[in-house]
Design a binder for this molecule. Structure first.
Ligand code: PHE
Length: 464
């Protein structure tokens, strides 16, 4: 008899691990920066709508596919598609997911590695010295990116930590890590949010985030909010599907999916409140760049009382959030090797970890370290320069939305209504209108939204 599949030990274990996957650099690094770029208000509203209308239904769909099939993405599509329209061709969606996990993890560890350097510098006091002069910090950061040895060193440390967790498996590795990382993360966020309330910029931050200014909303902004809802919720590549395959049958999928979406959203908003309160406390012209987390923010933190301590805590928060996400990325790739190639967990986590690490070193040295990799630009836009930029573009704009389309179409049109209903009701109880609403969204709204993203990418809308 085949070995029973590993399971989370409790409902909370699953929620923490899945929320850990969702909450990551997408919330703490990317969302504040794109919200700033799109002038807050209306953009935030569209983002909330995207999470509710597209993100949450796809989240539930991924968990359904995982728990029903007891497989990772390739096996799930293969098994559930057998004998149905499209048959085994659906497996393509699974392979795309594994590829996306491989690619995203490779460059994600580079950015995550920067947080280790910043934590060390905050502790040693050197960050304080650099942060007293904005220009000094800016040029330090530029030199740091361009130094291949440092980049590979910190990327390796982060990758090593990720492999170390996945190696120990679902219960002893992933769930245990989530039970430590997530409560600490929530506690730090509460402290930082409380701190931000005391800063003079808090009121302005609230207005910026919550006062809709529809005249500022662009089509590109709407599509960016939609696209980001996939990345931030870890959707479209089978991370939630794989975690769902370890979910206990007595737990409720709708409740879990909603909880994860709410936690992820609340934390993205809290991250904005913290960062924008700090920014608006000063009469400071912020350059809206993806590097503000590492250049502007420390400078401003250090101007405030207790800033040195708060700044260190902040990077610890980012590192913890990133680690609980990288774990889920590696788990998708490793579980593919375990389920489809029959490897043991140790072999799968180590081999895949090393392969991704080697591939990731190309991104690590592409930020100024090695000219040919820095200037390389097959896509041809500013934002897609270099190996790092290219991979981020491909993964966020192509792999995740296309993967999401596979998941939405498969769950909405290939699985029967009864099959989905049974899975959603198991561990939950009878569902009336919420089931009909979910089914409508997954059949029509989600595919339409994803199609819009794909068309806009093809037409070349700049929405990085
Ligand atoms: N959701 C993670 C974040 O916001 C990134 C991620 C994407 C993780 C896809 C797993 C799968 O940072």
């Amino acid at each position: 008899m085949a070995k029973a599949r590993a399971q989370w030990s409790s409902r909370l274990g699953f929620i923490l691990a899945a929320a850990g996957s969702a909450i990551g650099l997408g919330n703490l690094w990317k969302f504040p920066y794109i919200a700033l770029e799109n002038n807050g208000g209306a953009f935030v509203l569209v983002y909330l709508a995207a999470i509710a209308v597209v993100g949450a239904p796809i989240m539930a769909a991924e968990i359904i596919l995982g728990r029903k099939s007891q497989q990772s993405p390739v096996g799930a599509f293969g098994l559930l598609g057998t004998g149905k329209a499209g048959g085994r061709a659906w497996k393509g969606g699974g392979y795309l997911g594994v590829l996306a996990g491989f690619v995203i993890l490779s460059y994600y560890c580079v950015v995550a590695g920067w947080t280790i350097r910043y934590i060390l510098m905050a502790v040693s006091g050197s960050l304080g010295e650099l942060a007293h002069h904005p220009d000094v910090l800016q040029s330090f950061f530029g030199d740091f990116l361009a130094d291949p040895v440092s980049q590979i060193l910190y990327q390796s440390l982060f990758m090593g930590a990720t492999v170390a967790v996945v190696y120990f498996g679902v219960g002893k590795g992933i769930e245990r890590a989530a039970k430590i990382l997530m409560p600490v993360l929530f506690a730090i966020l509460v402290v930082l949010t409380a701190y931000s309330v005391t800063t003079p910029g808090f009121g302005k931050a609230v207005t910026f985030l919550f006062q809709p200014n529809f005249s500022e909303l662009t089509t590109g902004g709407v599509l960016e909010a939609l696209g980001h809802s996939f990345f931030t919720l870890s959707l479209g590549m089978g991370a939630m599907l794989t975690y769902g395959s370890y979910m206990r049958r007595q737990d409720s999928i709708p409740r879990a999916a909603l909880t994860i979406c709410i936690l992820d959203t609340v934390i993205a908003i809290m991250a904005c409140l913290i960062m924008f309160s700090i920014i608006f406390s000063f009469d400071f012209e912020v350059t809206k760049s993806s590097t503000i987390l590492f250049t502007t923010i420390p400078v401003l933190f250090f101007k405030l009382p207790g800033g040195a301590f708060i700044c260190g805590l902040f990077y610890l928060l980012v590192a913890f959030a990133a680690l609980s996400s990288t774990i889920s990325l590696l788990e998708v790739v490793a579980s593919y090797a375990m389920d489809e190639l029959g490897w043991g967990r140790r072999r799968a986590s180590l081999t895949m970890g090393v392969a991704i690490w080697i591939f990731g070193s190309l991104s690590a040295v592409s930020l100024g370290g090695v000219d040919a990799l820095t200037t390389f630009n097959v896509i041809g836009r500013d934002s897609t320069a270099g190996v790092f930029g290219t991979l981020d573009y491909l993964a966020s704009n192509w792999f995740l939305p296309v993967g999401g389309l596979f998941i939405a179409l498969f769950t909405g049109w290939v699985l029967t209504g009864q099959e989905s209903r049974d899975e959603l009701e198991e561990g939950h109880g009878p569902l009336g209108w919420p089931f009909r609403a979910w089914r409508f969204l997954i059949r029509f709204a989600a595919p339409a939204a994803v199609a819009a993203i794909i068309v806009s990418v093809i037409l070349g809308a700049e929405y990085q």
